[in-house]
Write a protein that binds this ligand. Structure first.
Ligand SMILES: Nc1ncnc2c1ncn2[C@@H]1O[C@H](COP(=O)(O)OP(=O)(O)OP(=O)(O)O)[C@@H](O)[C@H]1O
Ligand SMILES: [Mg+2]
Length: 236
């Protein structure tokens, strides 16, 4: 792992993330020149994650206790895995998933990116892929000169995956149903931690995603309802 100097993070909104974890800025900024130190793993992972976080959510901080608990579970499992194997750093390999449910604008994407940022500063390595479901389907449509199976495997096999807006398409097609099933089934079978958001009413999830997907989701993830008004309209 490359050594990342603390000076690389000027202008990043990291303090609230460290505070949420009970970590000190002095720890994150420790110039110890050790690529395997937990502080360097945190800087390396945070730098990677910040490239995936859209500009609008660059300062997002999660406020849901469920997400904090999920992060704790993943961090503990990674540390156990490291201790068992005597690995130089702790990496997230397996863990539970989470499904954030709520109406338009309640803050699902904000919470998801906030959690992604917070997990990054823990000093545990987590390699994310992030997409909206709609972008995923678009990227996977068979077309000339593109190996869509390779692209699919990039998401399917990611150590940690964010799928934003699952089930948002008005009319599921055979193609989107197949992608949903193959993706969720693989992540279910391999216990790969997946953070999903959806604004579909829980009662309609089965109709949108199919019984077999919803059955797997029921076992692999905790459902977290987010209540409230559309924050975009409030802001306007
Ligand atoms: N806890 C928060 N603190 C400050 N701003 C927030 C918070 N949660 C959400 N927002 C802001 O509210 C707006 C809506 O949030 P977000 O985009 O996360 O909603 P959403 O639930 O993902 O909506 P949609 O279903 O349309 O995707 C955004 O501008 C976001 O930055
Ligand atoms: Mg959203």
């Amino acid at each position: 792992m490359q050594y990342i100097p603390p000076s690389n993070f000027r202008g990043h909104d990291i303090t609230p993330l460290l505070e949420a974890r009970g970590l000190e800025a002095d720890w994150f900024n420790l110039n110890d020149f050790d690529p395997h130190s937990t502080a360097n793993v945190a800087r390396y992972t945070y730098a990677e994650v910040s490239r995936l976080v859209p500009f609008h959510y660059r300062s997002a901080v999660s406020s849901l206790p469920h997400l904090a608990a999920w992060i704790n579970t993943l961090v503990d499992a990674a540390r156990e895995w490291q201790a068992e194997r005597g690995a130089p750093i702790a990496s997230i390999v397996h863990g539970p998933s989470l499904l954030l449910l709520g109406a338009t604008g309640v803050g699902k994407t904000h919470e998801a990116y906030g959690a992604m940022r917070e997990l990054a500063v823990t000093g545990v390595r987590g390699e994310w892929a992030a997409t909206t479901a709609a972008d995923l389907y678009a990227a996977l449509r068979p077309r000339h000169g593109v190996d869509s199976e390779a692209e699919f495997r990039r998401y399917r096999d990611a150590r940690l995956l964010l799928v934003d807006d699952l089930g948002a398409e008005r009319k599921p097609t055979e193609f989107t149903e197949e992608i949903n099933f193959r993706l969720i089934n693989h992540r279910y079978e391999h216990h790969l931690p997946t953070l999903m958001t959806s604004n579909v009413d829980p009662k309609e999830l089965a109709a949108r995603l199919g019984d077999r997907v919803v059955s797997r989701l029921a076992e692999m993830c905790q459902r977290v309802p987010i209540k409230g008004n559309d924050r975009r309209r409030n802001a306007a």
